[in-house]
Design a binder for this molecule. Sequence first.
Ligand SMILES: [Zn+2]
Length: 86
Amino acid sequence: MSEKISPVRMCIVCKSRLSQESLYRFQVKDGVLKPFDKNGRSFYICKICIDGNQHKLIKTLNSRYGLNLSYVSADSEILKEILLNG
Ligand SMILES: [Zn+2]
């Protein structure tokens, strides 16, 4: 009865189904990638995708959300920052 069940969500990059705890929640607002602020639509990215090769991550975000992120600019730093603070 007291068993804790963590909801399962899918990482949009690698399509892995993981417990919500091992995923980071983001949103795109006005074309900008942000941590989810509990308003509007959101999506999940797993720790492995954020920490690992970001080419696929950036590519997925760009094509899916019409963004123009670049992994050589500060955009990937945003992800790292979220990872550290969130
Ligand atoms: Zn992933």
